[in-house]
Ligand binder design. Structure first.
Ligand code: GRF
Length: 204
């Protein structure tokens, strides 16, 4: 059972997956500077940079990345803080076996700077979403969400830190469901066989 994880930076979600004993075969980053590569290497997991800047086009980068990924014949490809927008070609290649974690309650706040945007919008509930990836960025079928209250005094950093704790909780759970073949997609709506809760609410 092979899982490949793609990262771009810190790698705390990768760490959470490894701490939850998710069987990661390889980690790739689009940046050689990603600290997450060292997290994988320390655990003896093959970890490589495929720097997007080395390629003339997005397509060339993705073709090389896909060739590297496919050496591991992964059942699932996990985007754990992978900060490159992927083309429809790449997304279709891994259709139904490509998941992402996004730091907002989708479909609110796709894209970047989600925590500052949540504060600016005055929402009282914020969180994160694990979803299947489609060609429409940050819009694929939702596997699980974690929600937290927004407090009046929150800064974007404080909010980000509380959301990140929930990311580390729900991402391994979503991957486990996938590996256990428990995710069912009915017209873009995901349910979990066995009825496990697909919403975590954390008020702490
Ligand atoms: C996380 O907040 C994730 O939701 C977003 O990028 C961040 C990555 O953090 N897509 P890390 O590299 O996993 O620590």
């Amino acid at each position: 059972m092979s899982i490949v994880v793609l990262i771009s930076g810190r790698g705390s979600n990768l760490q959470a997956l490894l701490d939850a004993s998710i069987p990661v075969s390889a980690v790739f980053s689009n940046s050689a500077q990603a600290q997450g590569l060292a997290i994988a290497a320390r655990r003896g997991i093959p970890a490589f940079a495929v720097p997007h800047r080395d390629f003339a086009s997005r397509e060339d980068f993705e073709r090389k990345l896909a060739a590297e990924i496919d050496r591991y014949a992964p059942r699932l490809v996990v985007l754990a803080g992978f900060m490159r927008v992927l083309t429809a070609w790449f997304v279709h290649r891994y259709a139904g076996r490509l998941v992402n974690i996004h730091p907002s309650l989708l479909p609110c706040f796709p894209g970047l700077d989600t925590h500052a945007r949540a504060l600016a919008a005055g929402v009282k509930l914020h969180g994160c979403t694990v979803h299947f990836v489609t060609a429409d960025v940050d819009h694929g079928p939702i596997v699980v969400q974690a929600a937290i209250p927004v407090r009046a005094a929150d800064t974007a950093e404080q909010l980000a830190a509380r959301v990140l704790r929930q990311e580390h909780r729900v991402f391994p759970q979503a991957v486990k469901w996938f590996l256990e073949d428990r995710l069912v997609n009915h017209a873009g709506v995901i349910s979990v066989k066995g009825g496990d809760a697909q919403l975590v609410f954390d008020d702490s």
